[in-house]
Structure formats: structure tokens, C-alpha cells
Ligand binder design. Structure first.
Ligand SMILES: [Cu+2]
Length: 267
């Protein structure tokens, strides 16, 4: 019993070592248990997230025209994202988060070794018509990317960008925080203080509008009220429902009030 376990363990380490040595990226292991048994690894673009720490949910749509929608994510350092990855196409697609360099290298390896299997907390393979989830903690700021590295897909442009803004920079730029510093507030709260608190009243998928009961919108000089907003990205609408507490940023564009970013707010 013990020796069998030891052999399995050795085999697992050998696989991991071999993968790392040959492909210089990790977790190209055959079975998920070996990967999950490993300690979460800090990457330049973050670390595996804890489901209990999720503070934002974003739905990413994949399509056979080799596109992700949305193709750009604005994230704050400290955010733990639940990325719901929906494959609307008839082909297998995948989501892999990384630095541009890491993705380029990985894509080249995938072209060379198309049958290579890989798995890691920062990726998900999504079969046609299916939905998967990735929970990722963006604890480092910077410009990163996400891509489908299935041979040909990345090369056809199936790639998006992620900007993780620094928690420190946001605190420094925030007037309110600067004038009334709250020493006990965690960095995450300070980073979110340019966001407006709200509650979803109604989501209209046909007109692509959302009714929000909101607090004071400081950047617009607007007091608290319930009103209907347009959305910058229709994907926001599939992430929330009436009754959800949210934080959002709204802007006035050509007279219309538009929700530019939104996150679920779990008190
Ligand atoms: Cu793809």
C-alpha cells in the first residue's frame, strides 16, 4: 500500500519535472489529482483563487470565429475573478491566462505538439456548447492576456487582454481616500472607492439596459436614485439579476448614462 503510493508519488513528480524541463511550463500532467495536490504556484499574472474570495464574476464567450467576448478585462489588483467561460461554437476552445510571452511560447509548443494535454488553475478547456469556470486571484498588477491555444485559434486572433491596475496607484489617485484616509480599510476597499454601490432592480436583455438603485455617483455629481443605464458590454447583463448588490462605474456618453464596469458585491 505504502510503496504503491510512493511509486505513484514518484511518478507524479517525474511527470511534473519532465514537463517543466521539456516545455518550460508546468502542469502538463495527465491527471488532475496530481495537479491539485501541488501547492498553488505564484505566477507573474496571479495565483489560483479561492472560491470563497471571489469578488467579481465575468462571463467570457468563445466563438468559432476565433474571438472572445469581451476581449478586454479591466481588473484591480487583489480581485479574485470567477471567469465563466462559455463556448458558443461547435469546436473545442480553451481559455489560458498568462503573460504575452508565456502565451506565445505555449502557443508555439501547441503547434509543435498538438495532442499535448495540459491543465492548470489558470486554464479551462471548454467543449462545444459547454461552460466551465476559472477562479483566479490577480494579486499582481500589469498587462496580461488570455488566449485559446488550440493550434490555429491563437494564430487566428483568439486572444484578449487583461489590465490589472495597481492597488497602490488607485489609492493615490483617489481624492476621497486621500482626504479622508481610512487606515483600517483593506487595500481592496480603497481600490474600489471610485465605484458606486448599487442594487440591481431589473435586467432587460432585449433593450440591453439595466435598472439600478444606486448611491451617489461621485464622478457624475449625481445623487442617489433608481435609474436605467445602458451598458458598455452586454455581457454584464448575464452576470447579474434583480436583487444583486453590485459596484459599478458609470459615465455619461453623448447624453446617455452607460455602465462601464460592474462587479458583484458580496458584503
Ligand atoms: Cu479556440
Amino acid at each position: 500500500m505504502t510503496s504503491t503510493f510512493a511509486i505513484k508519488l514518484l511518478a507524479a513528480y517525474a511527470t511534473i519535472y519532465w514537463s517543466t524541463a521539456v516545455f518550460s511550463h508546468e502542469n502538463h500532467v495527465e491527471k488532475k489529482p496530481a495537479a491539485t495536490a501541488m501547492t498553488a504556484e505564484q505566477k507573474d499574472w496571479g495565483i489560483a483563487g479561492d472560491v470563497k474570495a471571489v469578488n467579481r464574476t465575468i462571463t467570457l464567450h468563445m466563438s468559432d470565429d476565433m474571438r472572445f467576448t469581451p476581449a478586454h478585462l479591466e481588473v484591480k489588483q487583489g480581485d479574485t475573478l470567477r471567469l465563466i467561460v462559455k463556448n458558443n461554437g461547435n469546436l473545442l476552445h480553451e481559455l489560458v491566462i498568462g503573460s504575452k510571452d508565456a502565451l506565445n511560447e505555449h502557443a508555439a509548443q501547441m503547434l509543435k505538439f498538438p495532442t499535448m494535454e495540459h491543465d492548470s488553475p489558470d486554464m479551462a478547456h471548454v467543449a462545444a456548447g459547454k461552460t466551465r469556470e476559472v477562479i483566479w486571484h490577480f494579486n499582481r498588477s500589469g498587462d496580461f492576456a488570455f488566449a485559446c491555444l488550440i493550434p490555429g485559434h491563437y494564430q487566428a486572433g483568439m486572444v484578449g487582454t487583461i489590465r490589472v491596475s495597481s492597488a497602490l496607484a488607485q489609492t493615490a489617485n483617489d481624492d476621497h481616500a486621500a482626504h479622508h484616509p481610512a487606515p483600517a480599510a483593506p487595500a481592496d476597499l480603497a481600490a474600489n472607492s471610485d465605484m458606486t454601490e448599487g442594487e440591481v432592480r431589473k435586467v432587460d436583455l432585449v433593450t440591453k439596459k439595466i435598472m439600478l438603485k444606486h448611491g451617489e455617483i461621485k464622478n457624475l455629481g449625481m445623487g442617489a436614485m433608481t435609474m436605467v443605464f445602458q451598458v458598455n458590454d452586454p455581457a454584464f447583463l448575464s452576470q447579474v439579476q434583480a436583487g444583486d448588490k453590485v459596484r459599478f462605474r458609470a459615465e455619461q456618453i453623448k447624453g446617455a448614462f452607460v455602465v462601464m464596469s460592474m462587479e458583484k458585491h458580496t458584503p
